[in-house]
Design a protein around this ligand. Structure first.
Ligand code: SF4
Ligand code: SF4
Length: 99
């Protein structure tokens, strides 16, 4: 069975208006650290290096330190999943304004 060819292109980029939101039409160099409202802070005394935060972080910004896990705040989006999943309750989410 052969696929039926479409009679017209599905998407013609020349029809995009110039004033459309740039985030929707082209890649942006903005990183989550530019717009995040909350950031994770780890209590090093409570962290047992189980790596659960590393496993669950959806953007892979948890980084290993010699005795605990830390976060790459350039790419961390502040979702708080690491804090929710940490079995030791070692991660606190704090407001960027008070950081
Ligand atoms: S989940 Fe919690 S205890 Fe485990 S490595 Fe991460 S911060 Fe440490
Ligand atoms: S707050 Fe979200 S993005 Fe940031 S380290 Fe935790 S899980 Fe990753």
């Amino acid at each position: 069975m052969s696929m039926k060819h479409q009679a017209y292109a599905m998407f013609d980029s020349s029809t995009i208006p110039d004033d459309l939101c740039p985030i929707a039409t082209k890649p942006t160099p903005m990183l989550p650290g530019d717009w995040r409202s909350m950031r994770p802070v780890v209590d090093r005394a409570k962290c047992v290096k189980c790596a659960v935060c590393w496993l669950y972080c959806p953007v892979q910004c948890v980084v290993e330190r010699p005795a605990w896990f830390d976060f790459n705040l350039k790419t961390c989006k502040g979702c708080g999943i690491c804090a929710t999943e940490c079995p030791q309750r070692a991660i606190a989410m704090i407001e960027e304004a008070s950081a």
